[in-house]
Design a protein around this ligand. Structure first.
Ligand code: GLU
Length: 271
């Protein structure tokens, strides 16, 4: 009898657990808000608007499109390159839109959407300082962000460089400005954001060939294919309706400080 009761209790615990995790879509709708993990100091992907003091940027607009598709509000939580995956696996955010490259290595712990932005890694250096490529960084210090792909890629491109990692890219840029590093390395558009939002952009230049390809994916919790389908459908709809180009042009278009021609196409599937 005692055994039977124990078995029934165990079964209840298992069932309640399963029901509580019916899926992200249900959780988000019940809450009435999509919690999106975004950067707050990576211009123009996620940064604080000086006037409104709100976090704005390309990644925020992508989050908004997913929230709209679900018919819920958008709630933002700040992440860094190092915290975004743990925050997703712990469930403190529903989705990560934070300049995150889709790597198979990261696929071991989280899932990704289709590619929604395409970039590659370069170097930001002092103009006329003599550094033109990774080859010139032998024995020199290179600054980047903790938990980024950039940390590993630069080591592979220049094993004799010393990588100094910071929580955020503006700190890495400060190290360059203070002469504590010879270069900042990460995705070219993030470097463009650092350079062109600086009061003296002409002192700095982005150099070298692309060190690596950096296709961005939205980070999603493992094994929730319904939510992943909805996110992918949102991205494909944005692309097909021309809304994607509008968002893209708002942040990276010709009239912005961060001009980057759109040279790639989203992988879209027929309806
Ligand atoms: N896209 C690269 C990454 O996912 C570098 C930018 C970043 O640190 O977010 O690591």
């Amino acid at each position: 009898m005692k055994r039977l009761v124990l078995l029934a209790v165990a079964l209840c615990v298992v069932l309640t657990g399963t029901m509580a995790h019916a899926g992200k879509i249900e959780d988000i709708k019940a809450r009435g808000a999509l919690v999106c993990g975004v950067k707050d100091s990576t211009v123009p992907f996620g940064f604080i608007d000086e006037q409104t003091k709100q976090i704005v940027g390309f990644d925020i607009d992508i989050c908004k499109a997913v929230a709209d598709k679900l018919g819920v509000k958008l709630e933002l939580k700040t992440v860094t390159s190092a915290t975004r995956i743990p925050m997703l696996t712990q469930g403190s955010v529903d989705m990560v839109a934070a300049t995150m490259t889709h790597k198979f290595e990261r696929d071991d712990v989280i899932d990704f959407s289709i590619t929604y932005f395409m970039d590659g890694q370069k170097l930001l250096v002092k103009k006329g300082g003599g550094v033109k490529s990774a080859a010139d960084l032998k024995g020199k210090k290179v600054a980047t962000a903790k938990g980024s792909t950039s940390e590993k890629n630069i080591k592979a491109a220049q094993p004799d460089a010393t990588v100094v990692s910071f929580d955020e890219y503006p700190q890495a840029f400060l190290a360059l400005k203070q002469g504590k590093a010879e270069a900042v390395t990460t995705d070219s558009t993030i470097l463009l954001g650092l350079r062109n939002s600086d009061p003296e952009p002409d002192k700095w230049e982005i150099v070298g060939d692309y060190i690596s390809p950096e296709p961005y994916g939205l980070g999603l919790a493992e094994n929730d294919s319904k939510f992943r389908d909805l996110v992918n459908r949102t991205l494909v709809d944005l692309w097909n309706t021309g809304e994607y180009v509008k968002i893209y042009d708002k942040w990276f278009g010709k009239d912005t400080k961060y001009y980057l021609p759109l040279t790639w196409k989203m992988e879209t599937w027929p309806y």
